[in-house]
Design a protein around this ligand. Structure first.
Ligand code: UDP
Length: 407
């Protein structure tokens, strides 16, 4: 696994030196991360990389995973959906299930550390150990909790309020809380299989495997088959654009097999694509990182036509590969794209079609958007920036009360 020095050619010596300096300042601090899964999902992906890097600079970082019954995880899945706005009702019995799992994990886990860094709602209840341990607790919320279903936020609010610091991914995802809050955007790892440089032959090999020829421009959207990602709107926009410029479309998604709604959306997409030879609908297994990397790299233009979005990591992934991106102006996407400078923001099918035509006909402008986008991602959305922000958070707690922290 890549060490910190391997990031130097990407972000420069200054960034790495700053991380080492923060590490010295935090040397030996015990930081225990807790989430609910070791594999799958963005949180586990980030922790897998961050823990070794934090240890490399001297932070005594550990990572524990809570356990729970099926009943508990069914409840936390419902909580997750309700925090996103899906109506639900939480009963006293639900509260009992949550408390029971919390108690069991409190007995099983060694929570002694200087800072306990808890990710998302599932393990949040562990904070009841704070009073006995007298250490500092951070709650890192990776989801958008700005418009929860009635009752959902109330279910966890009393727990969250016991923390010393809350971390959200973007201003519009946060809530007002009676404790300090900081905003830390997610990030991509430039050295992971999803994002590292690929050889031309690796890209070609993937295109062959999915049956796409590189003899005309490729327009791509990478997304779960979800209505909020508007894959049908992408097909409509693509067809409007193709009336003027010859091109082909790849819609890459995955996870539809174990998600009934995903399977339905995939069917709608296939119906809309019908037997159009220029439209390639590709359903990949969740581990297809190199495939996604290759498809993004093979693309002339990348679309992310979301109608509703969390942060929208696929946008940073494509920008990092220097691609011109056309994306819906929703969720975290405007943080990643400044319209007509580092990409294109759109609101409609027609607007998306217009910009596909435009970018395919103006390759120099398209290339400039891609270059600006890549620099924006380099400065704001790489793993090293994420690591720095976390360490600043640890330092803030370690020195709480001081208004200036001497490095
Ligand atoms: N992704 C993937 N396989 C797919 C579709 C998406 O690995 O079939 C990845 C994609 O590359 C990105 C993540 O899943 O890293 C999706 O994150 P994003 O924030 O864009 O959207 P979300 O799915 O979380 O709404």
């Amino acid at each position: 696994m890549a060490g910190l020095e391997e990031y130097t050619p990407i972000v420069g010596e200054g960034v790495i030196a700053e991380l080492r300096l923060l590490g010295e300042r935090l040397s030996g601090k015990r930081v225990l991360n807790i989430n609910s899964t070791r594999v799958g999902g963005g949180v586990a992906e980030i922790l897998n990389r961050l823990i070794p890097l934090l240890r490399e600079v001297g932070v005594d970082a550990r990572w524990e995973v809570i356990r729970g019954t099926q009943e508990f995880f069914d409840l936390t899945k419902r909580m997750h959906n309700a925090l996103h706005g899906k109506p639900d009702t939480f009963t006293a019995q639900d509260r009992e299930i949550y408390n029971q799992a919390t108690e069991e994990n409190l007995s099983a886990l060694d929570l002694s550390s200087d800072i306990v860094f808890v990710h998302d709602p599932q393990p949040a209840g562990l904070v009841r150990a704070r009073r006995d341990l007298g250490n500092k607790w951070i709650w890192r919320c990776h989801i958008d909790v700005s418009a929860p279903a009635p009752g959902a936020w109330e279910f966890i609010a009393p727990t969250v309020e016991k923390y010393d610091l809350a971390v959200f991914s973007a201003p519009q995802f946060s809530r007002e809380l009676p404790l300090p809050e900081v905003l830390i955007a997610p990030s991509i790892d430039p050295l992971s299989d999803k994002n590292r440089e690929l050889r031309e032959s690796e890209v070609e090999e993937v295109l062959q495997r999915i049956g796409v020829r590189s003899d005309k421009p490729i327009v791509t959207q990478v997304s779960r088959f979800d209505r909020f990602k508007d894959p049908v709107g992408v097909i409509d926009a693509f067809r409007l654009a193709r009336e003027r410029v010859d091109c082909q479309l790849i819609l890459v998604g995955g996870g539809a097999t174990d998600d009934p709604e995903g399977a339905q959306v995939l069917k709608e997409v296939r119906d809309r694509a019908a037997d159009d030879a220029d439209i390639h609908v590709v359903d990949l297994p969740p581990t297809s990182n190199i495939e996604i990397n290759a498809i993004q790299r093979a693309s002339t233009v990348v679309i992310q036509k979301s109608l509703k979005e969390g942060f929208g990591l696929t946008v940073s992934e494509a920008l990092w590969k220097g691609k011109p991106v056309i994306a819906g102006a929703v969720g975290g996407i405007p943080l990643q794209i400044t319209h007509k400078y580092s990409g294109i923001l759109t609101h409609t099918v027609e607007g998306t079609a217009f910009w596909i035509k435009m970018l395919l006909s103006a390759p120099e402008f398209a290339a400039r958007l891609g270059e600006n986008g890549r620099e924006h991602v380099r400065n704001n959305f790489l793993l090293t920036r994420h690591m720095r922000d976390y360490m600043l958070g640890f330092l803030y707690l370690d020195t709480a009360g001081d208004s200036v922290v001497e490095l």
